[in-house]
Design a protein around this ligand. Structure first.
Ligand code: GLN
Length: 486
């Protein structure tokens, strides 16, 4: 392996700007790494060798012309539910298997404008529905720390690519945990900004009131750099927030003095077994050792998170996915009449989990059930926001597990409910729209597998959140204590 691929985004960009290395060299090293290991890992659904070389050349030209690109030459994995002009954009679904994006998502464009180089389109659970990448209709992604295990999901391809040095930064999308959980499973940092902070324009919609794009990277600093490049208002997304963004990469700190960190009383880690319980207790103690004051807080609604999310997300998905009808995008299976064409296209194009969600969502939105399910879930969602608002009167940040276990083996979650349970700790923050991240916090199980500490902040306090996570990462350095198996 060429050592260039091990370098992080901040380091690469600095060296490329200083013309000590070229974007072209870094790109060749990343592409060679993809050729070397991606046959075994399956992070990418589409490799973008030609485009990457073109972009790298352009970056080198811009650097030569004096542009100070914050992400100059940084190899980037793009989750394949984000549009990139001229590239296959599948959402890991048969229904979009051969669809070529006619435009580029704002978040992706901003990364490219900042000098990032797209290496490939990364695997995901179909339409981002899942927690393991096993719902991808187009490929299997393996966890770089143990090839028998899943990388997490739904942004599993991006997380695994970053962990295995096939990219320095990945883009993910998080609706109920899809950046944080795969980050935890793959020993990388995964950051979901405040809802509305990063434009959703060009992100294939799953649940529009929850979907949020964010970065995965091997360090907090790299995630902060990517966030700074992407965040900010976009007139093309009507839910994008028009409010100044505090640069996060400039807010990294070395200690947590003066910060109160809330530990959620209802998140009883003893339920997760003695080893994981001890691991999270140690993580909280490490925060305290850095100067944080730990305070107990309460989220009385915590146990209603899954029920609330698994009504709202499917309801929105059933509406969003109505557009895949064989007429406008992707797959068409012809039938005797237009009705038969719709039916056969959707029956053949969507996988089982996507169909399950469409059925649940359609049911929850149907007349007679709407008030009992959808409206009630919306009311519960308001309660989550209130719970957090109250909790944040007593603390600056919240610490919690990112997932209840390390990466599991393929096919080990046989019923949908046990898969949904993976999101128990991440969904509350999603329902409240909060910024939250996962940072490596140690290893558990046999073999020892990575675990993630979740940190969450009040709305728009991304800089404070990333700043604190940086202090934790610097003091503990768990990610650096193990190397992926490839
Ligand atoms: N695992 C959750 C789901 O299946 C979350 C997915 C996501 O955040 N995109 O819906």
């Amino acid at each position: 392996m060429n050592d260039l691929v091990k370098r992080g985004a901040a380091d690469i960009a600095r060296e490329v700007r200083a013309k000590r290395i070229s974007a072209a060299e870094v790109t060749e090293a990343a592409l060679a790494r993809v050729d070397e290991v991606d046959g075994r890992l399956g992070c990418y659904l589409t490799r973008l060798h030609d485009l990457a070389r073109q972009c790298a050349r352009r970056v080198d030209e811009r650097v030569a012309a004096g542009d100070t690109l914050p992400l100059a030459g940084v190899p980037l994995a793009v989750k394949d539910n984000m549009c990139l002009t001229g590239t296959r954009t599948t959402a890991a679904s048969k229904i979009l298997e051969n669809w070529i994006a006619p435009y580029t998502a704002t978040a992706v464009q901003r990364m490219l404008d900042a000098g990032a180089v797209p290496i490939g389109k990364a695997n995901l659970d179909e339409f981002a529905m899942g927690s393991s990448c096993e719902n991808s209709a187009l490929g299997v992604t393996r966890n770089p720390y143990d090839l028998k295990r899943v990388p997490g999901g739904s942004s599993g391809g991006s997380a695994a690519a970053v962990a295995a040095f096939e990219a320095a930064v990945g883009l993910g999308s998080d609706t109920g945990g899809s950046i944080r959980e795969p980050a935890a499973f793959c020993n990388v940092v995964g950051f979901k900004p405040t809802y509305g902070r990063v434009s959703r324009y060009g992100l294939i919609a799953f649940a529009s009131s929850l979907d949020q794009i964010g970065p995965l990277a091997r360090t907090v600093e790299d995630a902060a750099l990517a966030y700074d490049a992407m965040a900010g208002h976009d007139p093309m997304d009507s839910t994008s927030i028009d409010r100044a963004v505090e640069p996060a990469a400039a807010s990294l700190r070395e200690d947590l003095k003066g910060l109160r960190v809330g530990i959620v009383k209802e998140f009883v880690t003893a339920k997760l077994g003695p080893e994981i319980d001890a691991l999270y207790k140690r993580a909280y103690q490490e925060l305290a050792d850095l100067g944080a004051e730990l305070v107990e807080i309460s989220l009385p609604t915590a146990d209603y998170g899954l029920a609330t999310y698994y009504l709202i997300a499917p309801a929105e998905c059933s509406s969003n996915l109505a557009r895949f009808d064989g007429v406008r995008y992707g797959l068409r299976v012809d039938g005797a009449d237009v009705g038969a064409m719709y039916e056969q296209t959707r029956a053949g194009g969507f996988g089982p989990e996507v169909k399950r969600r469409i059925l649940i969502g359609t049911y929850a939105l149907s007349s007679g059930y709407y008030d009992a399910y959808y409206v009630k879930a919306q009311k519960a969602r308001t309660m989550f926001a209130q719970d957090f608002r109250k909790a944040f009167e007593r603390c600056d940040l919240i610490a919690a597990p990112a997932a209840s276990s390390p990466a599991f083996e393929f096919d080990s979650k046989s019923d949908p409910y046990s898969m949904y349970m993976m999101d128990y700790y991440t969904i509350p923050m999603s329902l409240a729209g909060l910024p939250a991240l996962s940072v490596p916090c140690g290893y558990a199980g046999e073999p020892a597998l990575p675990m993630g500490l979740q940190l969450a902040a009040p709305l728009f306090e991304e800089a404070k959140l990333l700043g604190a996570a940086h202090a934790y990462e610097r003091a503990t350095g768990y990610a650096a204590k193990a190397a992926p198996a490839v």
